[in-house]
Design a protein around this ligand. Sequence first.
Ligand code: RIB
Ligand code: CA
Length: 329
Amino acid sequence: MSSEQTTVPVIIDTDTAQDDCITIIAGMMDPVADVRAITMVAGNVGFDQQVRNAHLTLNALGRLGEVPIHLGCRRPVLVPWVSAENVHGDGSGGLRMDEEGLTTEAEHGVDALLRLTAEEPGEISIVAIGPLTNLAVAAIKDPTFPARVKQLVIMGGSNNGRGNITPAAEFNFYVDPHAARIVFEAGFDITLVPWAPLTLQDAVFKRDQLAEIEALGTPLSEFFGRVCSSTLAFDESVGIPGTTHPDSLSMAVLLHPDLVLRSSRQNVAIECDSELTRGYAAISWGVHGLEPNAEVIEAVDGERFYTYLRDILATPTQPNRPFRVGDQS
Ligand code: RIB
Ligand code: CA
């Protein structure tokens, strides 16, 4: 990192499974990033398993205990929780380890978001890669919170494209559509990383790339292969030719905005009332006279993004504790 390049203080708000784990790896390994906290939110898999997955990830890095993990909201604000275990298994690829002495913070994730941004107003960015429940509750609890967040990068929605949990909706916005609506109306400086078309065009790692990562033979590359294995099987079963990485792309876009090839200011609104289209993100394409509330990423340099993550995974680390492979029950 050049001497004049400053670091990027960031909080990762996550439903830790599969690509969420890779996002934590990118944040912890990229010298540009200064990860201040991990805040956990109900999403992909069981909440306690998500916490386990975060510890497993820090263990693969050899960084157990170095980042505070705050437990946030264990369910959406209104609708019942919906899991993505059919996609991710338990999100760990069956990895297990001795969990003796592992801790999380007593402070709730919502309170940590509020406190950290109050201590350094305008300095800390947030990468939100799960349902937006924590962000919404924080904005309700303290309406001055959005203005204190330097940049909020959200993974969610599809840009006039197909959903991934329903024809209309992407998972993060489907799980908690009311929270997503609150966040997009709260005044954050939002950068949106959508599922379709962006992720499907620029953030899928195909079999040859996965083989190249596997051949690296490092603890991080093996961890990557494990946690992405069940998602690869699901992705290929639905016609996606590899593993999807929208969460880690969200971190990469925050840290290296020059990865972005095309984006535009748009109005994003979230459907909450129809079961058919719950969680649908209505993203205007600039001809409806709607007030923009987000910078929507439309294209990134996918090859550079791949080599960015590959080079991180190639870096040797010494896990704190030995892994063992259990089942995914
Ligand atoms: O729709 C993609 C999002 O949901 C990602 O955050 C990934 O974690 C998946 O579960
Ligand atoms: Ca996620």
